[in-house]
Ligand binder design. Structure first.
Ligand code: HEM
Ligand code: HEM
Length: 184
């Protein structure tokens, strides 16, 4: 991410809302993925609905992440809190970059999993808007993409957990890092 000389004083309301919205969407999409895969085919309607909810939440993550990146490149971010040592700023910068990459990679892989699945279930955004498939069913690619999608999603959740733990740790040290992401 580029460093800017004219850094804003605080996170904008859009940056803050999108940050928490993405965290909330992932908090829902991740557990739903395991449940939808475990639901037996006998309960077809429930399985179908859970797949649609999972895919809609995932596509919302992709849209929100793209929006966040546009705002981030145009506006930048506030300066690091002066109470954070240099190594922590460096580590947090790299972690944030990795999170942004995964916020794009996980939903794109999920979309490709849906396109290549042996059983073609349409992807309906919010249950109504059909999302076109850019590639067709593929027996060799599907399991590979599913493994990658699952592994990237687990990495995203693990990194986000470490990131949240660091934010809470700094909050308990009385640094305003969490406060300014929450309330500006
Ligand atoms: C950040 C967003 C997402 C997260 C955290 C996520 C997470 C996961 C996880 C953990 C699994 C593996 C479940 C299992 O193996 O039991 C999975 C499966 C799947 N996801 Fe996602 N996903 C996301 C976005 C998407 C998107 C955008 C789509 C499609 C438009 C999608 C479609 C699928 C499909 C089709 C499966 C395969 C289920 C199966 O056939 O077993 N995901 N997802
Ligand atoms: C899936 C969940 C999450 C993701 C993907 C995520 C991602 C990110 C990213 C990419 C940034 C950097 C923003 C930028 O530079 O534009 C950030 C900042 C931040 N996040 Fe999260 N986050 C998540 C959850 C959380 C949680 C649960 C907390 C707190 C408990 C938290 C606290 C913060 C704080 C305080 C900042 C600002 C850091 C600073 O001012 O230097 N995040 N987050």
């Amino acid at each position: 991410m580029p460093r800017r000389t004219d850094a804003p004083l605080r996170w904008s309301p859009a940056q803050r809302r999108l940050h928490w919205a993405v965290a909330f969407l992932i908090l829902l999409a991740f557990p739903i993925a395991w449940v939808m895969a475990a639901v037996p085919f006998e309960e077809l309607l429930l399985k179908f609905l859970l797949f649609q909810v999972h895919k809609t939440l995932g596509l919302l993550v992709l849209i929100a992440a793209l929006l966040r990146l546009v705002i981030r490149f145009r506006r930048g971010r506030p300066e690091w809190d002066p109470g954070l040592p240099g190594w922590q700023r460096k580590a947090a910068g790299r972690l944030h970059a990795a999170l942004y990459v995964l916020l794009l990679v996980v939903p794109v892989l999920g979309y490709l999993v849906a396109c290549t699945a042996p059983v073609q279930i349409p992807t309906l955004f919010f249950g109504i808007l059909p999302v076109p498939a850019i590639v067709g069913e593929s027996k060799p690619w599907f399991p590979l993409l599913l493994d990658l999608h699952r592994a990237a999603a687990i990495a995203l959740v693990l990194l986000a957990t470490g990131h949240a733990a660091a934010a809470i740790h700094n909050h308990r040290r009385d640094l305003p890092v969490l406060r300014r992401m929450w309330s500006g």
